[in-house]
Design a protein around this ligand. Structure first.
Ligand code: ADP
Length: 566
């Protein structure tokens, strides 16, 4: 044979072992080689998967396989049948393959396919057509699901004789073999019996199932049509004795129907996955998801526990803070009160003098009245004038006392809307009322007449009074013309400022830095608390207190800035 000859490869499903296959098919190969001297024909004996991958990789040009496998390869790789085996003249190629379910002859308890429920069954493999799939179709038409209703489905693999061995050894209750295998075995067949036996007309063997077309030979997509025709013609014209006979391709519709019923091969897509199927297929994933969910749940519980714990801790901390704040507020109010009392203390040395004046006037008028009574010179006019003066002086004394009482009262802070001008006027009155020789205080009001702020009027008054007193202290030793003070009111963005200016010696930079610190004082009898309390009051209102030297002239300007809304 010419070495350059083109090699044509035929893949064959080895169904009774490789050696048997060679002896079965070699006459056919010889026949084909003889028909074309320029081609060399080669046989590849493969199992199901081997044959499938040979087709996928185009390592073969033709395929000879069982009808079920053919239907699968046809759907997947587009192979097309060109011939169907015609095994013997007595069998029609359309009705050539059936399966026999065999049991040991002594198993009288097993007669029909229905008796297989709960029994074990040996098969070649799930891909076996005559070796399993045909029987699967029969069982399923009787409502038996091999996976669910048999006690075991055992694959013993090729060759098929292994199934008979398993049945004979009683490893299994029954086994599936291709019909006619038993008949070809001679005396050994006497050990077995076929379940639900049928002997269809024009079929020489006993079968448990209906019959399907014989094995096809198919050309692959890449195989040239000319080569396919040549091979078909060579095999169709073969005479007896030159290998298996071939006929024109049979109709494989019945195989398609079987596969559609079983939802396998090209019809696998029909198999709607049930929840159990999914669970079976994806159980590792499901397990993973469940584990994730479980750890998620545990984590959530853990986090909730932590949140609970932290919330409780936070609540306790807040409660503690509130208690502390309440304490600080109380201390602040007390310091406020003390500061007012201390201011009064400082100023009240002169208070006695201030009250002395109206009391002395009242005393004088009373004495003058009694003198006139004694002299007999008491007339109506004198009585009217004396009582009028007495009333006026008594009112003046009462007003001084009531302002001091109001100022010295212990109270809690509050917020109300009021006119700053009024509070400033009251502060000046209180300041002047408490001093024997009060300096002049000029009120410079740049605010609109109806301008109001929201604050605690008494606290603002306290600040102003403190600033006036400090200004007075700073300038009391100055010549008379520098003792006058100024209290001003100016509008600023979103609020107002109230300022007090004196013409005293002022403060240097270093002193200004410590001015608002508690206990900073330069006075021998000073407490050094006034300005620090004033600053706290300003800040509690959302405002501030600053000390600056005036742009021109001596002294200091203390400015209290207040927002419209505290
Ligand atoms: P005290 O009046 O008890 O000393 P303050 O806090 O009211 O406490 O004042 C602290 C210090 O600030 C005063 O001792 C004084 O030295 C200084 N001071 C306050 N106001 C003025 C001012 N107008 N001019 C100069 N020094 C001032």
């Amino acid at each position: 044979m010419d070495d350059s000859a083109e090699t044509v490869r035929i893949g064959v499903l080895a169904f009774r072992g490789a050696e048997t296959t060679v002896s079965e098919w070699s006459p056919m190969l010889d026949r084909l080689s003889r028909s074309r001297a320029d081609r060399r024909f080669e046989l590849l004996k493969l199992d199901h998967d081997g044959l499938r991958s040979a087709v996928a990789d185009r390592r073969v040009d033709f395929v000879i396989t069982n009808p079920g496998h053919y239907v699968e390869l046809e759907a997947e790789f587009g192979i097309s049948r060109i011939l169907t085996l015609a095994g013997s003249s007595t069998v029609s190629p359309d009705q050539a393959i059936g399966s026999a379910v065999v049991v040991r002859r002594d198993r009288t308890d097993l007669q029909s396919l229905e008796d297989l429920r709960g029994k074990s069954l040996a098969i070649v493999g799930r891909e076996g057509f005559g070796g399993f799939q045909i029987v699967w179709g029969e069982l399923s038409s009787r409502g038996i699901d091999p996976d669910r209703d048999l006690s075991a489905l055992r694959s013993v693999g090729l060759p098929m004789d292994g199934v008979l061995d398993a049945v004979e050894r009683a490893d299994v209750d029954a086994g599936v073999v291709r019909a006619c295998l038993l008949e070809s075995m001679g005396s050994r067949s006497a050990n077995f019996r076929v379940l639900s036996p049928q002997t269809p007309s024009a079929f020489p063997c006993t079968t448990s199932t209906r019959l399907y077309p014989d094995w096809p030979m198919a050309a692959l997509r890449h195989t040239s049509p000319a080569l396919a025709r040549e091979v078909a013609i060579a095999l169709l014209s073969a005479t007896e004795g030159t290998g298996p006979g071939w006929s024109v391709p049979a109709d494989y519709q019945s195989v398609h129907e079987l596969f559609r019923t079983l939802e396998i091969g090209p019809y696998t897509y029909l198999r709607e996955p049930t929840l159990t199927d999914l669970a079976e297929r994806y159980w590792p994933w499901l397990l993973g998801v469940l584990a994730l969910m479980a750890s998620g749940a545990l984590y959530t519980v853990h986090v909730e526990h932590l949140v609970h714990k932290r919330t409780a801790a936070l609540r306790a901390a807040l409660a503690e803070r509130e208690t502390l704040e309440a304490g600080i507020r109380a201390a602040q109010e007390q310091a406020d009160h003390l500061s007012r009392l201390s201011m009064l203390g400082e100023l009240s040395g002169t208070l006695a003098h201030e009250l002395n004046q109206p009391l002395a006037t009242i005393g004088n008028y009373a004495a003058s009245l009694s003198r006139r009574v004694d002299n007999g010179r008491l007339d109506d006019d004198a009585v009217r004038q004396a009582t009028h003066e007495i009333t006026c002086e008594a009112e003046r004394a009462a007003a001084i006392l009531s302002r001091i009482r109001a100022f010295a009262r212990k109270r809690t802070a509050k917020r109300e809307r009021f006119r700053p001008a009024q509070v400033a006027a009251e502060a000046i009155a209180l300041f002047r009322g408490m001093l024997a020789q009060a300096p002049r205080v000029e009120l410079i009001d740049h605010l609109a007449e109806d301008r109001t702020v929201e604050a605690d009027p008494l606290q603002i008054q306290q600040v102003l009074l403190n600033l006036l007193k400090n200004a007075y202290d700073a300038s009391r030793d100055q010549p008379a013309e520098r003792r006058a003070l100024q209290l001003g009111m100016t509008a600023v963005a979103d609020g107002i400022c109230l300022w007090v200016r004196d013409n005293g010696p002022g403060l240097d930079e270093a002193a200004r830095r410590h001015l608002f610190e508690p206990f900073f004082t330069t006075k021998p009898d000073g407490l050094g608390l006034g300005l620090s309390i004033c600053k706290t009051i300003a800040e509690a209102h959302g405002g501030r207190l600053t000390a600056t030297p005036p742009e021109t002239g001596p002294g200091m300007i203390f400015t209290l800035t207040l927002p419209d809304h505290a």
